[in-house]
Write a protein that binds this ligand. Structure first.
Ligand code: GAF
Length: 386
């Protein structure tokens, strides 16, 4: 969830830009993933949680034109539904907004004209899903403005399509679904085939640390889409719908599978198994087992899926060394930079933070960004239609 200061900033920007008060305000959180990486688009399992940072959207019905003001960039977008809503070109924030609005127009869940002000506090380019939180927050605001009580799973599916079709990233459903459906103090075990979500409580004495590596990442620019293609190719080789349906023996013994495809498939198949184990370990408060699973997950991302970078490997090694046996650390998110997540006993937080500040030098030369977070709630209206 966004901070109160962000909500106040968006309200003030709305009054400034459009005058008066919005009809409603919605927000949706960013996320961090405990384990289950690049498994979502393989119909597999993921275990993310929502963070206490998000996107806030203040919205009001108006005339026949839609005007969107992004307070963080001081930039605007304008369009009408009379013409087809197109994407805005690569790397433009407007894609996420236009995308989800276009999806809602299709569902007849958007009023003709609107005034929207958007602001957020999810760090961008950090792999904490600022884009999913933007899509979901705008989607909830717009559907609610149309008087629709949108189902949160449908909202996540439309937001994912917005990202696929407007932003050009072939992402899975994890980020949008956890942003829409997260519950406070819980991680969410998501079956990305059935979209069933099972909340798994975090042990009371456990803390979640998010440490930014200082390596910026961009999903679309990265080799993300290429990894997805390689997974689909491997599934095609086995004649199955998705790698969710493969097992380890099959992957290791397939004679004609090329080595790269075998490595990618091995990561997905073993990561699915680790994610289910991790949900069980988390529910049982078994931090030592979780730590081992997180370490194996990181090694698999580094060696088989090849999505880590040296700075991230170094940061993970420092965290693992300092945390010791109770808890663990791994890269989180799509890869090629971004953040590392650590799960550890609360009393270890301060010494571990001190050690990271002492021993890790982010490649961007900036002070290392560390955030201690508790799992937050999913998307919600802060104020609704009168
Ligand atoms: C990104 C994508 F958006 C998700 O769908 C997921 O694939 C993740 O990378 C990797 O687990 O966040």
């Amino acid at each position: 969830m966004a901070e109160q200061a962000t909500i106040e900033r968006v309200k003030a920007a709305f009054a400034d830009r459009f005058g008066g008060a919005p009809d409603l305000i919605a927000q949706a959180p960013g996320r961090v993933n405990l384990i289950g990486e690049h498994t979502d688009y393989n119909d597999g399992f993921v275990l993310p949680l929502a963070i206490d940072r998000g996107t806030v959207v203040a919205a009001r019905r108006a005339g026949s034109e839609t005007v969107v003001y992004a307070a963080d960039f001081d930039e605007e977008d304008r369009f009408t539904f009379a013409e087809r809503i197109d994407d805005a070109g690569p790397g433009d924030w407007r894609n996420y907004v236009r995308g989800i609005i276009a999806m809602l127009v299709e569902q007849e869940m958007a009023p003709q004209g609107m005034e929207l002000v958007i602001g957020g506090d999810v760090p961008q380019g950090a792999g904490l899903s600022s884009s999913a939180s933007l899509e979901v927050a705008v989607g909830l605001a717009v559907a609610s403005l149309a008087g629709a009580q949108i189902d949160l799973t449908l909202l996540a599916q439309l937001a994912q399509r917005a990202e696929n079709e407007f932003a050009g990233c072939a992402c899975g459903i994890m980020d949008q679904l956890v942003s829409a459906r997260a519950e406070p103090e819980q991680a969410l075990l998501i079956d990305c085939r059935s979209l069933e979500c099972r909340p798994v409580p975090l042990p009371e004495h456990a803390a979640v640390l998010i440490v930014h590596s200082g390596v910026e990442r961009g999903l679309v620019d990265s080799a993300y889409n290429e990894r997805r293609q390689q997974c689909e190719q491997a599934a095609g080789h086995f004649g199955i719908l998705a790698l969710r349906d493969a097992d380890e023996g099959q992957v290791e013994s397939a004679e004609e599978l090329d080595e790269l495809a075998r490595m990618r498939a091995r990561h997905v198949v073993t990561e699915n198994a680790r994610t289910l184990d991790a949900a069980e370990a988390l529910a049982g408060g078994d931090m030592a087992r979780l730590g081992r699973l997180m370490a194996d997950s990181h090694a698999s991302m580094r060696d088989d899926f090849e999505i880590t970078v040296p700075a991230i490997d170094e940061l993970v090694a420092i965290l693992q060394r300092e945390i010791g046996g109770e808890g663990g650390a791994r890269m989180t998110g799509g890869g090629f930079g971004g953040c590392v997540i650590a799960l550890l006993p609360q009393e270890r937080v301060d010494p571990v933070i001190d050690a990271v500040r002492r021993d890790y030098r982010p490649p961007n030369g900036k002070p290392v960004m560390i955030h201690v977070c508790r799992p937050a709630a999913g998307a919600a209206l802060i104020t609704s239609l009168p």
